[in-house]
Design a protein around this ligand. Structure first.
Ligand code: EPZ
Length: 417
């Protein structure tokens, strides 16, 4: 296990290059299963979830070469339809593989997915969507066995705009017979990126980014090269780091239009933010409480930045209520923030925060990916020394997190425990 040692209380000044989006790259890797040609992904982040997904592709018989940040995938010899249980349990995004593996091989076998422990994380919408496309699904002994000799287009109405279910259905529908309509689809930028990538491979996906997506099934798809969109959650994490520590940051390769709800909230807190040609400039000028933050599906405030803005609210003047509407247990970072002197009370899905002037360094433990990032921001903004233990969570989604923070003035280093 590894931990950060942090000496907090220093402002952040400088430039940070934002990585490609973890939650765009993962479905793109699932989409690569659909073609028996070569797919090349550029600017691919070397984070644990991507490495796990690449391992799954290799188990399915894909050849992969990861040189610097370019990932080549060749599916000519792929023939295995069974996703290894150990890898499936590592992360939630293994479930996206179902749609593309069924579309490619006519069947698929996967163990129930793992991932961040932030709630029940059912997969009923994934499975009901695939059943609508003609997939026979048997769930037994912790495994999901799927079979379908011919996928057929269908109209699917999602009970809630699930990101993963929308992606899974698109991945199965692109090679189905006939048209598929998805109503109440998720609108995240990562869905748009997946549609753009699939259309570059010869698919016909229309309306991504809106509530209704139409897919015209095609017989063949071919390989392509692609650079995924930048990671709006990493960018938001650094914007909140700046608001917490003070100073001025420039984020390169950051799409402000994908962060409108977050930028609006930070301006409310009295940050000065402007954007120009793929860069976001932020200057922190004090911290007035945002009063209320409610997470909701895109374009609302993203749940993946809830832990980070909860940490920021701890040192804002005044009180804030943070409501987590998407996941049942996404406040594991709260007891650790309280160890640092935060004043927070959680009731159900709401955290009631009374701002304190500063947090105090302490030894804290990361419980999940975004909670770990939030605790790291708390540590670099706090007075005194902190440690953040169990970095395996952070390594799932942030490439070189401590290097980037150190490059703009934070005193943070990683050691083995
Ligand atoms: C994706 O997870 C992201 N992960 C999550 O990011 C993100 O928090 C989430 O979308 C919401 O934006 C990836 O893209 C790999 P959902 P996903 O299906 O697809 C309910 C991170 O930190 N639901 O949109 O699993 C579910 O319970 C991770 O990067 C069902 O009821 O999220 C939740 O309340 C964490 N049935 C809501 O939908 C289903 O079949 C949103 O979940 C599926 C979901």
């Amino acid at each position: 296990m590894e931990k950060y040692i942090v000496e907090g209380g220093r402002p952040l000044y400088g430039e940070v290059e934002i990585q490609s989006a973890k939650n765009a790259v993962l479905p793109l890797l699932a989409a690569a299963v659909l073609v028996d040609g070569e797919v090349i992904l550029r600017k691919c982040p070397r984070i644990r979830d991507v490495m796990n997904m690449v391992e799954i592709l290799r188990e399915l018989g894909f050849r992969t070469d990861f040189i610097k940040d370019t990932l080549r995938i060749d599916g000519a010899d792929a023939a295995n339809h069974e996703i290894p249980a150990a890898l499936a349990k590592e992360m939630r995004s293994s479930i996206f593989m179902l749609g593309s593996v069924i579309a490619r091989f006519g069947r698929a076998r996967i163990a129930y997915p793992g991932g961040c422990d932030i709630g029940l994380r059912p997969i009923d919408l994934h499975l009901s969507g695939l059943r609508r496309l003609g997939v026979k699904i048997n769930e037994a002994g912790g495994y999901i066995d799927c079979e379908c000799d011919r996928l057929r287009g269908a109209k699917i109405v999602l009970d809630c705009p699930s990101v993963g279910a929308t992606e899974n259905i698109i991945l199965a529908a692109v090679r189905a017979e006939g048209d598929t309509l998805i109503e109440n689809a998720a609108k995240e930028p990562e869905i748009v990126d997946l549609a753009n990538f699939l259309n570059r491979m010869g698919a016909r996906v229309y309306g991504a980014g809106g509530a209704t997506i139409r897919i015209e099934g095609v017989k063949e798809l071919h390989g392509t090269e692609y650079t995924p969109i930048s990671d709006r959650i990493e960018a938001g994490t650094f914007l909140i780091a700046s608001a917490m520590c003070g100073g001025e940051l420039v984020l390169k390769n950051a799409k402000a239009e994908n962060l409108a709800a977050v930028i609006h909230k930070l301006i409310e807190i009295s940050c000065k933010i402007h954007t120009d040609n793929g860069k976001i400039y932020i200057e922190s000028r004090g911290r007035i409480s945002p009063k209320l933050v409610e997470t909701s599906p895109y374009p609302g405030f993203p749940t993946d930045l809830q832990a980070q803005i909860t940490a920021l609210a701890c040192i804002c003047e005044g009180s804030t209520v943070v409501v987590e509407n998407l996941f049942e247990t996404r406040f594991k970072h709260v007891p650790e923030l309280i160890r640092m002197g935060a004043d927070i009370t959680v009731r159900g899905r709401s955290a009631f925060i009374r701002g304190v002037s500063t947090l105090k360094g302490a030894d804290v433990v990361a419980g999940d990916l975004r909670g770990g990032a939030a605790l790291t921001l708390a540590a670099i903004s706090a007075e005194g020394l902190s440690t953040v233990t169990d970095l395996s969570h952070i390594d799932r989604g942030y490439s070189g997190f401590e290097y980037k923070l150190r490059s703009v003035g934070a005193r943070i280093r990683r050691i083995a425990v």
